[in-house]
Design a protein around this ligand. Structure first.
Ligand SMILES: [Zn+2]
Ligand SMILES: [Zn+2]
Length: 393
């Protein structure tokens, strides 16, 4: 049986008799709770579960990434249930396991103290999208930690902005190898796994010209994957200058600063000059602004693929000319969230290519749990690289 908010403390010896608990796991823990949009987030105490069912896991949070999506969620731009513990990019250590023979998604044994991360989305495996269409990211029963999992009822601890995180049985957990720092995983955040998902649909061929629209976290993740896929030339369009410098560090051959080259026609000319006058083989939208799609289609060569990655939030409609799709024979693609196999690819890229793609260096700001509001404000004002919450600091 689990205890809810305000439940009487459970004696430690009582809990130890019902599940495997690492020493030092408290009876209650603190979490940052969003009870209303636009309002300050408040730290509240919740009782930890007193027993875990088979497959369930309790994790002590080490790092929780602050994603741009969290800012949008706080502004109420997506219709998510409240109260909510934000945080969908999380690394922590296993504090309790519901099974004695627990394993991660790749079948590796899980033990107390193991450092882990996990896919944010849980799917049912039974709906038509899961079974027939093999599109679990669109599962009709999909739940995403820190996004669509309210914390009002037990087990409460369903987002990264808290000292502990509860994981349901159908969570794809990944034990992190010792040579993969937590900072790499959180620095890459959900941007990298989302990009891996998108690239799966692109079917990149070696030597294709690629334009990345956007130099933020998603743009950088797409850039790394394009580089790994043999993109030549690899062009990044975005700003400000320090973000473009980072794009060069991650392998961009050409960068176009939208604050210097303000005119889309001139930007198009620069892309045509770099692609034998034709336009790019692949153009990837990582901006989140509808206008970028209008410009992006103009940067495509005939027969190109155009991938929309940056529109997780709904920024509204815009006038587009479908004639271009017909005349240019464009392929327009989208990708929503990620699936466990995208995590295996992303984690292996982060482990093996840390020198080439130093995602860990993106972390610029660290906040305690009580500083969540300041963290969100700084991220909203674009004053950070990657910001992280350290709930147990
Ligand atoms: Zn995110
Ligand atoms: Zn499903």
């Amino acid at each position: 049986m689990r205890k809810g908010i305000g439940a009487p403390p459970v004696r430690k010896e009582q809990r130890e008799s019902t599940m495997s608990v690492s020493p030092g796991v408290p009876v209650v823990c603190r979490c940052a709770v969003m009870s209303a949009f636009h309002q300050p987030i408040e730290v509240r105490e919740f009782a930890l579960p007193t027993a875990l069912q088979p497959g369930e896991t309790l994790v002590k949070v080490e790092l929780a990434g602050v994603c741009g999506t969290d800012v949008h969620l706080h502004k109420g731009e997506l219709n998510v249930p409240l109260p909510l513990i934000l945080g969908h990019e999380t690394v922590g250590r296993v504090a309790a396991l519901g099974s004695s023979n627990a394993r991660d998604w790749l079948g590796r044994p899980l033990s107390i103290g193991d450092r882990v991360s996990w896919t944010v989305g849980r799917t049912c495996g039974q709906c038509r999208y899961c079974r027939v269409y093999r599109l679990p990211s669109r599962c009709v029963n999909r739940k995403a930690y820190g996004v669509t999992t309210p914390c009002g009822a037990p087990p409460h601890l369903l987002g990264g902005y808290g000292q502990f995180h509860f994981l349901h049985h159908n969570t794809a957990i990944f034990r992190l190898p010792d040579d993969l720092p937590s900072e790499s995983v959180i620095g890459a955040g959900c941007a990298l796994v989302t990009s891996v998902h998108g690239f799966e649909k692109l079917g990149m061929r070696w030597g294709e010209s690629v334009v990345i629209q956007g130099a933020g976290p998603v743009g950088l993740a797409a850039l790394a994957l394009a580089k790994e896929s043999g993109a030549r030339p690899l062009i990044a369009i975005g700003g400000p200058a320090d973000r473009l410098e980072r794009c060069k560090r991650f392998g961009a051959d050409i960068t176009i600063d939208i604050q210097e080259v303000r005119d889309a026609t001139t930007r198009r000319k620069l892309v045509l000059d770099a692609t034998e006058g034709l336009g790019a083989d692949v153009v990837i939208e990582c901006v989140g602004m509808p206008q970028a799609v209008v410009e992006g289609w103009d940067l495509c060569r005939d027969g190109a693929r155009y991938l929309v990655l940056g529109h997780y939030g709904d920024a509204g409609p815009i006038g587009l000319n479908p004639h271009l799709i017909t005349r240019k024979e464009l392929t327009v693609l989208g990708a929503w969230g990620s699936e466990p196999q995208h995590w295996t690819a992303a984690l292996e890229l982060l482990r093996t290519r840390r020198a080439q793609y130093p995602f860990h260096e993106l972390i610029t700001h660290r906040f305690a749990l009580d500083e969540v509001n300041a963290a969100l404000r700084k991220v909203a004002a674009w004053e950070t690289g990657k910001a992280v919450i350290e709930p147990n600091r």
